[in-house]
Design a protein around this ligand. Structure first.
Ligand SMILES: [Zn+2]
Length: 295
């Protein structure tokens, strides 16, 4: 193990602030990429779409401005979507978590910051559009492979981590491919493409995190899907529900219809499994082995 002089709290604080700024950019990616718009142009709206109020610099600070404005435009008091601060705060928390987790092996930080940013962008886009854009999935491989090699060569891991990562990539992709063949409604082809990159990251950490991450994504996916499936079943008895309830209910009915039509996006569950596995996968796996008497 390498000794690092930079304390964990410093990594967490610095990367948390970086995460706020990156999260602000990811809001743009989530909004613009599926629409086929350039993400490198103007990175924020310059005026309120409701009243045309020009957004000043202090009103454009990630998270803080939204809180200071209490989620409303300072001109017309129309609500500003909570999704912007949620994306920024989530990115900041994930970045700070990467800092805490890898403070003792900081060469691994760039690789895991990349996957944290992709987790936020891809989850947001998957929830919006039921797709995982190839550009971002490709970035997980084209960025993740060199960064994990860098982390291995310069950091605390030995080359066996790279062998594991290669096995994890192929193994996870094959596993999800079979799952997709067996139950194509449960996940999309984009999930299969993404699963190799996530398996690579998980196995780079160890076999325990790989198992916890893959298994965890299915557990989380089921926990998300079951209430929706139950609600959908009960809503069959009320085919006119959407016409009877108010505007919020109509939105729900639309969402139910979309879900019935297209399934439930699995990408966010895959990333949630990854987060759990990176944070506590090794400990969960060791605890499981002890519980079943294998160690
Ligand atoms: Zn306004």
């Amino acid at each position: 193990m390498t000794t690092c002089l930079i304390p964990a709290w410093f990594w967490a604080a610095t990367l948390g602030v970086l995460g706020l700024m990156v999260g602000s950019f990811l809001n743009v990616v989530i909004y613009r990429l599926p629409a086929g718009l350039s993400v490198v142009g103007r990175n924020s709206p310059s005026a309120c779409p409701g009243c045309g109020h020009r957004i000043r610099a202090w009103e454009n600070i990630p998270l803080l401005s939204w809180l200071a404005l209490r989620g409303r435009c300072s001109g017309c008091k129309n609500p500003i979507s909570a999704r912007y601060p949620i994306v920024e705060a989530t990115t900041a928390l994930l970045f700070a978590g990467v800092g805490l987790r890898f403070a003792s092996d900081p060469w691994a930080i760039p690789a895991f910051l990349l996957v944290a940013a992709l987790a936020v962008a891809l989850s947001g886009i998957d929830i919006d559009t039921y797709t995982l854009p190839d550009k971002l999935v490709a970035a997980a491989y084209l960025g993740g492979i060199p960064l994990l090699v860098l982390a291995t060569v310069l950091g605390a891991s030995d080359t066996s981590a790279l062998v594991r990562a290669a096995v994890g990539l192929v193994g996870s992709a094959l596993f999800h491919f079979v799952a997709w063949c067996v139950y194509p409604r449960g996940m999309g082809w984009g999930d299969v493409k993404l699963s190799g990159a996530l398996g690579m990251y998980l196995a780079w950490l160890g076999w325990g995190p790989l198992v916890v991450g893959v298994f965890g994504s299915y557990v989380i996916g089921l926990m998300v899907a079951l209430p929706v499936l139950v609600r959908r079943r009960s809503s069959v008895a009320e085919p006119v529900r959407g016409a009877l309830v108010g505007s919020d209910g109509e939105h729900d009915a639309d969402l139910d219809a979309a879900i019935a039509d297209r399934g439930i996006p699995f990408g966010p569950s895959m990333f949630a499994g990854l987060v759990v596995a990176v944070a506590v996968g090794e400990a969960l796996w060791a605890g499981y082995l002890r519980a079943v008497g294998l160690v």
